[in-house]
Design a protein around this ligand. Structure first.
Ligand code: IMP
Ligand code: MG
Length: 171
């Protein structure tokens, strides 16, 4: 199915545990609102929140992404919004991958407009080479130096391959 496995199930598990521990340390005595960016980050979010030993709630948002191809549409569009009040809350936006940064840049601005106490970004994969928007990622599983289209562990190509337990390069 995949030409090459880039990050194995075990490697991903280790990174998710590491990020979870880091969040437990950083947010001691605080309550977190995780925002899972659908659809891609549903797998990462569900594994990550189970490493978190602090009170937290999990919200879901869906914004415009790549459509059915591998090119960014360049349009930011909220398809599914959150209904909770983020005022004075500590928010962590959970993404599968940050590529151009366009999606997260716009999403973060939107979240900031709701006056939270803080906003951080957790992403399983960071592709900094492709960045066109200035975007700082706070918790990162893997930094990818290659510019390849990857699938698995939530990441799709035309809505397929999200169920792969590893991340691989598509044939
Ligand atoms: P950005 O706005 O360019 O940062 O794109 C972010 C979104 O594009 C991610 O949330 C993914 O849904 C999608 N994306 C970017 N690169 C890949 C990839 O290599 N495989 C699958 N989806 C990707
Ligand atoms: Mg996505």
């Amino acid at each position: 199915m995949c030409e090459k496995i880039l990050y194995s199930k075990e490697q991903i598990k280790n990174e998710v545990e590491r990020i979870g521990k880091q969040i437990n340390d950083d947010y001691k005595d605080k309550e977190i609102v995780f925002i899972c960016v659908l659809n891609g980050s549903f797998v990462f979010t569900s594994d990550l929140v189970r490493e978190v030993e602090l009170p937290c709630s999990i919200e879901f948002m869906q914004v415009s992404t790549y459509g059915s191809g591998t090119q960014s549409t360049g349009v930011f569009n909220i398809k599914k919004d959150i209904s909770c009040d983020l005022h004075n809350k500590h928010v962590i936006i959970v993404e599968d991958i940050v590529d151009s940064g366009f999606t997260l840049y716009n999403l973060k601005e939107y979240i900031i407009s709701k006056n939270p106490a803080s906003v951080k970004i957790a992403t399983l994969i960071d592709k900094p080479a492709r960045r066109t928007c200035e975007m700082v990622t706070d918790y990162v599983g893997f930094v990818m130096d290659k510019d390849e289209f990857i699938v698995g562990y939530g990441l799709d190509y035309a809505d397929k391959y999200r169920n792969l337990p590893y991340v691989g390069i598509l044939k």
